[in-house]
Every structure is written in C-alpha cells, then in structure tokens.
Write a protein of this length. Structure first.
Length: 298
C-alpha cells in the first residue's frame, strides 16, 4: 500500500483536516434568489382577437429590515446542511407557496456591498411557469407576494473607442406594475472589449421600491430568458397540450418584446411542433389547426 502523501509540514490529509481551523477565514453568507416569470392573459378587448398577454414576474414584499416594505425577489439564506437548489426550492415554497417547479441556475452575484447586513453572495435561479396552475400565497418573512407586469426600455447608448478596443454604455429602464402598485429602476450596462477579452458590468442608477440589487438581476434575467426562448423549448412550459401557432407566436412576442412575421415564425418553430388533426373553432375566427410540442426536438 502506498503511504499517504504529506505536505511541507509532514502532515497527511487526515492529520491536516483534524488540525484545520475553519475560523481563520471570514465566511460570507450565501443566499439564493428566484426569478419566476410567466406570460398571463390580460382582459380581452375584442372577441375577434386573441386576448392580449403580458410578461410578468413574481415579487415579494419585505416584512422586515432592510428595505422593509419594498419589493424583492423571493429568496433567502442557505443553511449549512442543504444544497443551493434545495435552499432555492425551500425558500420559494415558504415565501410564495410555489412547489415542484424546475429551476435553472442563472448567475452568481458577489459584489462586496450588495447587502447592508453583511457580506452576501447570492446564486440566482430562473423559471418560466404557467401562473394559472399556481396558487401564490405569501409566507415566512414576506408580507405579500404578487405578480407584476414587467417592461424594459432602452434609454440611450454611448460608444467610445479605446487604444485596445471599445467601451459601450447602455441605460435601460425597468417598469413593474399591477393594479395596486408601480415600481421602476434604471440600470447602466457597461461592456468593455479589449482584444479578445469582454467584460460586462451592471450598475443601478436609480431604483423605486425595488430592494437590494434585484433590479439588475432581473434585467440580466430578461436578457437570458429572451436568448433561451430562441434556442430551447422553454416557451412550451406555458402552452397546453394542444395549441395553435398563433397562440405560440403570441407567447414568443410577449417574451421577446416585439412582433414577429408569421411566416418566419412558423419556419423557426417547424421542428419543435407536431401538426394534429384537431381544429380550434369559435365565433369570430377562421378554424385554426392545433399543434403539440415535439418531444423529439433537440
């Protein structure tokens, strides 16, 4: 049997671990934040048209300091005996009553002063869900939990040349609202290109009732969601088993924030759907063929 290797002090790994003092390094706290998006129907203005839809995000109202009374992403601290994903599912359940959904890890946020309480590193998770299948209810340390319609708008852009590349600065405005409240934030995005190295930083210029640095986390998640809808099947999480291509296109348009040409859209999703022999028939519409998701699409 080969002897256990020793370090420069002559210690084996077992001896090293027995003597190891974990308190020699200050430990930051670790949290998880969840971005739960949905596409929900608005009031129908005309029976001849499909109901308009809006992109919405779930926020919770903080019941304690810091940022008491402001709105934040569902989330909380990770316990020493659980994984990040376990903590995310637990916090989502205790704060919003949402359970048993697929969460995808988005990004880890580690700026030094992002939380006034202590040094906090947060891993964010994202999901696109059917809100009609969920019963949202505030719990734990959340005073309230509500869906907010969300829009983003580019305000302006500056581009500067440097000796080694370029610096591009963009400002984007976020707006959140429901029947009772309206929130907003402005984010500055700085993209620095130096040779083959690209760096991107986000800074909150101003915020109105959005807690912590969650406005820039949401803005980043919107970008990722729009990228994912182009090359994954994430949009089908919102669709019933049978749907028309017009209904599917409407979901894409709401998430992307722009209108799409019907012919081009149908070519784009042709491999993702399977045509059926069923038709949608009701007053004010020509019969529309139903489709279903193609489970063999990759």
């Amino acid at each position: 049997m080969n002897p256990s290797p020793t370090n420069k002090e002559g210690l084996t790994e077992e001896q090293f671990l027995q003597r190891y003092d974990a308190s020699q390094f200050e430990r930051p706290s670790v949290t998880v934040d969840m971005l739960i998006f949905t596409v929900a129907e608005e009031l129908e203005p005309n029976y001849r048209k499909l109901s308009p839809k809006s992109l919405q995000i779930l926020l919770v109202k903080r019941a304690d300091h810091p940022y008491m009374g402001q709105w934040a992403l569902p989330g909380g601290f990770v316990s020493p005996d659980e994984s990040l994903e376990e903590a995310a599912l637990r916090e989502l359940w205790t704060e919003t009553n949402i359970d048993n959904i697929y969460l995808e890890q988005l990004y880890t946020w580690g700026e030094v002063n992002r939380d006034p309480r202590t040094r906090v590193i947060s891993t964010s998770y994202m999901a696109l869900v059917d809100s009609e299948a969920l019963e949202v209810r505030a719990g734990d340390d959340a005073e309230d939990a509500k869906w907010f319609r969300i829009e983003d708008k580019w305000l302006r852009e500056n581009r500067m040349a440097t000796e080694s590349g370029t610096i591009t600065e963009k400002w984007v405005e976020l707006r959140f609202w429901n029947e009772a409240e309206e929130l907003s934030a402005t984010i500055k995005i700085t993209r620095t290109v130096s040779g083959r190295i690209v760096r991107e930083e986000r800074e909150i210029v101003e915020t109105n009732q959005v807690a912590f640095d969650h406005a820039k986390i949401i803005q980043y998640a919107l970008e990722r969601l729009r990228n994912k809808i182009e090359y994954t099947d994430i949009a089908f999480a919102l669709m019933p088993e049978l749907f028309t291509l017009t209904e599917l296109q409407q979901v894409y348009e709401v998430i992307l924030g722009k209108e799409l040409l019907a012919a081009a859209f149908r070519r784009k999703v042709a491999d993702k759907v399977i045509e059926t022999n069923h038709y949608r028939k009701h007053a004010g519409h020509r019969p529309s063929k139903y489709y279903r998701f193609n489970p063999e699409w990759t």
